[in-house]
Design a protein around this ligand. Sequence first.
Ligand SMILES: [Zn+2]
Length: 368
Amino acid sequence: MKANLPEMNFFDGFYIWFNKEKKEEYYATPLYLYKANTKIEYDNRLVTVYLEDKKKKTVIEEQGLKFPGNMYFPYYEKFGMFLVRFLNANFENYQTAYDTFFYAYGFEILKELDENYTFELKNKYKDEDEYLREMEKIFLALQYKIQQVQEEMIKCVTYIYNLDNREELSEYTPSQRFAVYLIKRLGSLFTYNKNDNVIKDNYSNKNLEFSIFSELQLLDRFKNNDILISMMDTHESKDLSAICYAVLEELVKTPNSPIKKCQNCGMYFIPTSRLDEIYCDYSKQNGKICREQGAILAYNERLKQNKALAEYRRLYQLKSMAVGRNKDNKQMKKDFEKWKKEAKDRVNQLKHGALTEDEVYEWLIKNK
Ligand SMILES: [Zn+2]
C-alpha cells in the first residue's frame, strides 16, 4: 500500500519529518490534549506546544487553531527531541507519563502497540476531562509495553553512543555500532521498524506550502534560483516504537548529533553548541540548568581537594616539628615515617582520581 500525506484538514495518526540542516524536527498529530498550550507562528507555519503551568490559573485564550490543521502547520522541536524526551520520560503513572511525554505527542502513537486496543475517533468525548480519563485506561493497559520499549531504547542508545564508556567499543562510530546492534540482533530494536510508513516527498506535496505564489511567480523563482525546495521523507506511524526507531536512525546518520547522558542529573540530551558538553541544559526546579550547576560542582570539588591537601600539609608540618623537638624519641620518628609514606600515597591516589577528596580527608583526620 502506498501511503500519502493527508489532504484533509484533520487526520489521525502521527507524522514526523526532519530538517537536518536546520537541526529541527517536525511532527503532526491531532493532539486532542487541550491541557497542552500551543503557540502558533503564522509566518513560519509552525506550532510550539507547552505543558500548561499548573501553578498559573488557566487563561482561556482563543487562538483559532487548536492543533495543527494539516501538515503545513506542524509542531516543531529540536532535532532528536522525540527520542530524547522518550528516554527521559517518567512512565511510573499516568500523571507523570502525561507531564513528561504525552502532553507533547498525544496518544495516537499507542494505536498499534496493542491489537486489542480500540481508539475512539475524535468528537466522541464530551470534554477534555472525559477524554483524558479514557486515555488513562488505555495508558494503564499499555504501560508495561511502553516501559519495555523505553528500556530497550535506553539499552540500544547506551550501546550505540557508548554511554557506558566501554573500552572495546570506543574506536567505532555510532553508525557502525547501530549497524552491528541490528545485524547481530543485540536487543529487540530490530523488530521496531515494522510499522513505519515512509512517505517519499515530492512536488505534489508542496501545493499548500507554495500556495502564495502564482504559476508564473513560481516559474520565475525557479529560473532565478531564489527558491529552494527541500525534500523530506515523512514517517507515518501509530506505533511508538517505530517512531523511536525512525528518529534514532536519522540521528545516527547525522554527524555531530550524539545522544549524551548528563553528568549531573543523568538525563539524556543532544548537545546544542559544544560536542564535548557533559551537562544538559534542561532547567531544574531551582531555576538553574545543569551546565551552571556543573560548573559549581567542579568548583566545590576543587575547593574540597584544596581542603585535603591543606590538611596534609598542616599535619606534615606539625609532625615533622614534633619529631625535631623530640630527637631521642625513636618510636615517634618511626611513626612519622610510616605516616608520611601512607599519607603521601593517599595524596597521590587523590591526584590520580583513585581516591576521593573526602576519603583522603577522613583518613588524615583519623590518623592525626
Ligand atoms: Zn542535567
